[in-house]
Write a protein that binds this ligand. Structure first.
Ligand code: ZN
Length: 368
């Protein structure tokens, strides 16, 4: 038996999403039927809409869903009907990386999250003309209901408002996890965060939780830098007007940074981040660039620093472990990510995308 849902559909490359009625098929044994209450809008939705990542269109995107469990497949053991859940990236759970606890680095990440279909090639969504790509990040959350794979589902505290905690599953987990799960800065160390959108802002809050004593926000928008100061940044630099490398040298008393996190994936910014490291420093990239993007680093004078460049996916998180921790930190006022959020109705989803792209909203969340 199929169910009629209302969803935002990406029909063709670069075009606005359209609100349509679609058919959602029957639950499979490994799936959870979720009534979506809210879904964050993320840069990754925009780059798939724009054809930079090849999920087949038409597709229902949305990968920061949150909602209530309405039904469970016969193999489901981790949630029950009525549970509140946040949805995150899917992983296979069977490859060596998954079995090692590194689920963010699942060997089957692309098929699980960007393939637009189940393993058997079927999609859960269709219209009168045929299949619509589904299971984006295991969920396709820009829809009133979704059939979600179990690895995407995280049970959360029912007291936490779903329209607030929805975006924990991707952008906020990515920024906070890069700090708390991967870089793990020691108390008293220094870090600069390049780009203070949702991911960068989450990283700033996490750096404060970790005990970093120098936390520098670097961005092009003064409004974002002002917000950064309210969530933990000790210093701010506007990259449009300042010499970023010289400014960071001054802030660190000539020692250079212990950590730099780049959320922009702009090669020139990544070069500034690397050039600002001190001895033994680490620069990490969490931003998504188009495949084929290159960056060059100085390797002569910097050799003696013993520095590291690394990439980090999804904050190296195990979402079922990390997201409930972020909810607890939010409940204690130590991870105030609600300051980043503006809610939109489903009919205004293209405004949400536009406001995210022009920087006027840091984290749009569509409420169903
Ligand atoms: Zn895997």
């Amino acid at each position: 038996m199929t169910t009629t849902v209302t969803a935002a559909v990406a029909r063709s490359t670069g075009e606005p999403l359209t609100i349509e009625s679609l058919q959602l098929d029957e639950l499979r044994p490994n799936e959870v039927r979720v009534r979506i209450v809210a879904s964050g809008v993320c840069h990754t939705d925009a780059i798939v809409r724009d054809g930079i990542y090849p999920t087949p269109l038409p597709a229902v995107l949305g990968h920061e869903g949150a909602g209530v469990v309405e039904g469970i497949g016969s193999d489901i053991t981790t949630v029950e009907v009525g549970d509140h859940v946040v949805l995150s990236a899917a992983y296979c759970g069977k490859c060596v990386q998954c079995r090692s606890g590194r689920v963010a680095y699942c060997e089957n990440l692309f098929a699980e999250d960007f393939g637009g279909a189940r393993h058997d090639g079927s999609t859960s969504l269709s219209d009168g003309n045929g299949a619509i790509s589904s299971h984006f990040f295991g969920q396709s959350a820009f829809s009133t209901y979704a059939n979600v794979v179990e690895t995407s589902v995280i049970k959360v505290d029912k007291k936490a408002p779903l329209e607030t905690i929805a975006p924990l599953g991707c952008g906020l987990q990515t920024g906070a996890g890069a700090i708390l799960n991967d870089l793990r800065p020691a108390p008293g160390t220094s870090i600069a965060v390049f780009g203070t959108g949702a991911v960068g802002s989450a990283a700033i809050m996490a750096a404060q939780i970790a005990g970093c004593t120098t936390i520098v926000a670097v961005d092009l928008h003064d409004s974002r830098l002002e917000l950064a100061e309210t969530i933990g940044a000790t210093h701010t630099i506007n990259g449009r007007t300042a010499d970023v490398v010289a400014e960071l040298d001054k802030i660190t008393g000539g020692k250079g940074l212990d950590f730099a996190l780049d959320t922009t994936a702009v090669p020139a910014v990544l070069q500034q981040a690397a050039a600002s490291l001190g001895i033994g420093g680490t620069v990490a990239l969490v931003g998504a660039a188009a495949p084929g993007t290159d960056v060059t680093f100085e390797i002569g004078a910097s050799l003696v620093k013993g520095w590291t460049f690394k990439t980090i996916i999804q904050g190296s998180s195990v979402p079922q472990q990390f997201i409930p921790r972020l909810v607890l930190l939010w409940e204690q006022g130590r991870f105030p990510f609600d300051k980043l959020i503006k809610n939109y109705e489903l009919d205004d989803i293209n405004t949400a995308f536009a406001d995210s792209e022009n920087g006027s909203t840091i984290k749009p969340v569509v409420v169903f």
